[in-house]
Design a protein around this ligand. Structure first.
Ligand code: IMP
Length: 430
């Protein structure tokens, strides 16, 4: 599966130079509130790397890629998993719902993509039990009556990290232990679910799900130190797929309307057990506009009918939950904030074509003394950019929009998405 099969020699040469510039370890990190299109970038780059890794989060992620006109959504496996022979690693910072992982593996294997022989899962990654989803829902209900809900994906992510931080969680290594031990651990968690959250867990069912998963996955669970040793051996090129995004980071995001994991480049290195200095490049991924799912501040949120236009043109409905995404415009301070936290080397600006029908494009530049957003209106281009692969072929106003992002953030834009398909991407010279 070659990304650039039908593309010109010039494009391929530029891509080659670009790939070489990324160095040995590259992280792809979302700069906004998720759904920026990290999956497409990872899928495009994966064939040039030996290892594709996910470091944190769980099945709250929904990374969509379109290949041969077919849509595929990854929740736990990295989006680059389509590329045969690449090693796949799920790191210690992840929280894994095993039936979802098995389903995802089965779906890919049915399409002829083998996963199990090249999958390695950290023994320290935490398991998401089904009852965590019920706890997630119960906590949201309580919040709705008090401080207001967060709008979680209800995939049990918050509870999984809560149990982890309470040092009461269950890790992947449990699947390699005795059945008696496994059952005892589930019973202990069920006790806590009842006493702390008033949620009753079905111990027999949870046990059966884990037993089935253990049969399939036992061989993929690495031994202590194995992943760290492999990743740090400097023999392989490693591509790290960030999950969620910087503004959803537990520490650096728009707390409390955030997810429960570390979503930054540093968080990804920690989640995989790699020293920060090993990262050779970090790609910041941002939409040419902005979306958010769930509650929380969104200063550049658009009013109707613009929000509806962006939602329709961009297909802005949650890949995991199907919820309509809130839509709005780019915020330069948010991009700068994310760039600082992650140390972005370059931007991948995605979904530029979604703006093709906008007469003018507002960009949030910050706020005035009264807290109102200060807007800069950029001219639209009112022409199709769909499928364009050369920067010089973009309408002048679209080129100016990209240059504006570069000037305002002081970071070069190197990749620009112009459609959903794999090859619909510009690799731009610096
Ligand atoms: P949780 O991660 O399910 O606890 O949800 C917490 C917040 O993060 C909610 O606002 C979710 O909508 C948001 N969120 C979590 N994962 C994603 C994602 O992959 N894309 C977009 N938003 C997400």
């Amino acid at each position: 599966m070659k990304l650039c099969q039908s593309l010109s020699g010039c494009y391929l040469a530029l891509m080659k130079e670009f790939i070489a510039s990324l160095g040995q370890v590259c992280a792809v990190i979302g700069a906004q509130w998720g759904d920026e299109g990290k999956g497409k970038a990872v899928d495009a780059l994966a064939e040039h790397f030996d290892v594709i890794a996910r470091a944190s989060g769980g099945a709250n992620a929904g990374h969509t890629i379109i290949f041969d006109g077919k849509k595929h959504v990854f929740h736990l496996l990295p989006s680059g998993s389509f590329h045969a022979d690449r090693k796949i690693i799920l790191g210690a910072g992840m929280v894994i719902h095993l039936p979802t992982l098995l389903e995802e593996i089965a779906e890919l294997e049915q399409s002829g993509v083998e996963i199990l022989p090249r999958l390695t899962v950290s023994p320290a990654a935490h398991i998401v039990l089904d009852c965590y989803k019920d706890i997630d829902a119960a906590l949201e209900e309580r919040r709705a009556e008090t401080a207001g809900k967060i709008g979680t994906t209800k995939r049990g992510i918050g509870p999984a990290y809560m149990f982890k931080a309470m040092r009461a969680g269950m890790r992947m290594e449990s699947l390699t232990r005795s059945i008696v031990e496994l059952r005892g651990k589930i019973a202990a968690i069920a006790d806590m679910a009842r006493s702390l959250f008033g949620v009753s867990a079905d111990v027999d069912r949870e046990f059966e799900l884990l037993r089935q998963a253990a049969d399939s996955l036992r061989g993929c669970i690495a031994g202590a130190g194995e992943i760290a040793e492999f990743l740090n051996s400097k023999k392989s090129r490693i591509l790290i797929e960030g999950a969620q995004a910087t503004l959803l980071d537990l520490d650096h995001g728009t707390y409390p309307y955030v997810t429960s994991s570390a979503t930054t480049a540093a968080g990804a290195m920690h989640g995989l057990g790699m020293p920060p200095g090993r990262l050779s490049s970090c790609i910041g991924v941002a939409k040419a506009y902005c979306t958010r799912v769930g509650e929380g501040e969104f200063t550049t949120e658009a009013a109707e009918p613009a929000a509806g236009r962006l939602r329709e043109r961009g297909g802005e409905f949650g890949a995991t939950t199907g919820r309509p995404r809130r839509c709005g415009w780019l915020s330069i301070p948010d991009l700068r904030h994310s760039a600082i936290i992650n140390g972005f080397d370059l931007w991948n600006i995605t979904k530029l074509d979604v703006l093709d029908a906008e007469e003018a494009i507002p960009v949030g530049m910050g706020s005035d003394d009264s807290g109102n957003v200060v807007w800069q209106r950029m001219p639209g281009w009112m022409a199709s950019t769909a499928g364009i692969t050369e920067f010089e072929k973009l309408p002048k106003a679209a080129q100016a929009y990209i240059r504006f992002i570069e000037e305002q953030t002081n970071i070069p834009v190197r990749l620009i998405g112009t459609g959903q398909e794999r090859g619909q991407m510009i690799v731009k010279k610096i």
